[in-house]
Unconditional design. Structure first.
Length: 318
């Protein structure tokens, strides 16, 4: 990963002429100390860099020096294509650094006008995929997973189930699906002798076995995922049904977008909505998220549960 970061440093300096260590650190999401360490390593390798102090100072090449790493490699094209699909490893991972390097190479080939447009975009658009509350989903082994999928290497993983149980498995990773910032790996599990879907953040240990496997020619991550998603929804609809009738103000209707809606009855200001919450235990958990915006009309047991919860809250503050 350090190699890709140092290449990015060189490309940024060549693109901008002179760059402060603080700006390099912000661009590459690392510390100023790490930037200076990389600069020292580049100088020791014979790259003629100099640092000027003061308000107009910064790190730059000696006069007349060019990096000469303009051409996009096949790997660069692949990383850019994956990024455009939404397969975006964290910027601090090796995969993330490769995307940054590829983008910088591409930027060097553009006209000054287009580069100005790109600088404007960077200033005016920002994507923050870290949730407001709770923990960030960390993918500790994303580089190993990506390499194994691309090169068809078997993996040995320790996987933590939702119950907390940890199991070791040898798997053949077929593909990755990213769903709303959550990463899932589709893999053939040699323990169960079947295709399985693993949530990547639950992989607590991962080792590449460097043993190749043959990917089935007809495999498609998109087709497998869509088929599995439909099957899951259909199974829930058939086997798990717990209908809840809510009254909600029309202006708050979007709060129900993640629920399975059966029926909507509209009045002037309110909607009476029937949703499937699958089972009583799920309903008790999920209704608390929206209880301040809805009135539960049916079933009686869920309405009684909410009244009890509200009374407990009132007693705490009485």
């Amino acid at each position: 990963m350090r190699l890709h970061r140092m290449i990015s440093i060189l490309l940024l300096i060549e693109n901008k002429g002179k760059v402060k260590a603080k700006d390099l650190a912000e661009e590459l999401e690392t510390s100023v100390r790490t930037i200076y360490s990389d600069i020292d390593a580049l100088c020791e390798a014979g790259i003629p860099l100099k640092a000027d102090t003061g308000p107009n100072g910064g790190i730059q090449f000696m006069d007349g020096y060019k990096v000469k790493i303009n051409d996009l490699s096949g790997e660069d094209i692949i990383n850019l294509y994956l990024s455009s699909m939404g397969i975006k490893p964290g910027k601090k991972s090796e995969g993330g650094m490769k995307v940054t390097t590829a983008l910088l190479k591409l930027q060097k080939t553009l006209s000054p006008e287009l580069n100005d447009d790109l600088d404007t975009i960077k200033r005016r658009f920002h994507v923050d995929d870290i949730p407001w509350w709770g923990k960030e989903n960390k993918l500790d082994y994303v580089d190993i997973l990506m390499q194994a999928i691309w090169q068809s290497y078997k993996l040995r993983i320790v996987y933590k189930k939702t119950t907390g149980e940890e199991t070791q498995r040898d798997i053949r990773p077929y593909g990755i699906v990213v769903n709303q910032m959550d990463w899932y790996m589709i893999a053939y599990c040699e323990k169960s002798n079947d295709l399985r879907t693993f949530k990547c953040e639950r992989i607590i240990r991962c080792e590449c076995l460097f043993e190749r496997f043959i990917l089935p020619k007809d495999f498609s991550a998109k087709e497998y995922w869509e088929k599995g998603k439909k099957l899951f929804k259909d199974t829930c609809m058939e086997s798990e049904k717990y209908l809840v009738v809510l009254k909600i103000d029309k202006k708050n209707f979007d709060l129900l977008k993640d629920f399975s809606i059966y029926k909507v009855k509209e009045s002037d200001d309110y909607c009476e909505v029937t949703i499937n919450m699958y089972k009583y235990e799920c309903a008790r958990r999920d209704i608390l998220k929206i209880m301040g915006y809805v009135e539960v009309l049916k079933p009686k047991e869920l309405r009684s549960y909410l009244i009890e919860e509200l009374n407990q809250i009132i007693s705490r503050y009485a």
